[in-house]
Design a protein. Sequence first.
Length: 196
Amino acid sequence: MAASGGYMLACAADEIYVDESSILGSIGVISAGFGFPELLKKVGIERRVYTSGENKSGLDPFQPERAEDIERLKALQADVHENFKDLVRASRGAKLRQDDPDLFTGAFWAGKQAVERGLADGIGDLRSIMRRNFGDEVKLKVVGGGRSWVKLPFGRSQGPDMGHEMAPFAGLNGQALWTGLLDALEARFHWGKFGL
């Protein structure tokens, strides 16, 4: 998936190669939300919001929409969209099929169609493209995420049965159980920093 922000990032590359099933494009800007201005009244909840700055609570989902907030958002989106289009034009240059009316509409395409529109240079994977360009002696190192400090005591080095500490969970594939539990705790810890 290299669509929207993903495609924007891909434009930093000199060349872009994709899989036939890759999704590219979505050159546009979106802002979505919900409106609940009547819900609080129905439920009987009083909401209290205090701001400094008259536009600080613009597009608040618990307040009725204001035309000036929508106008401001659309102007911002138009600016960002123009910047995005300029970035794609500068990155892809003459490779881009300029006559395509759908190119900057937010539409997206699978790999082959994206190549035909000039959004990518070809179909291929990292290993084959690198070997084609630099020879068969190219060695690629797989880089994975670091091991979590939370999981270090429960790593594979202790073996599949995890020793006597895991005995109560032996029938449940103890290592998988503990790893899953630690993954969930670690994710909760990280999301908790954002109040989520």
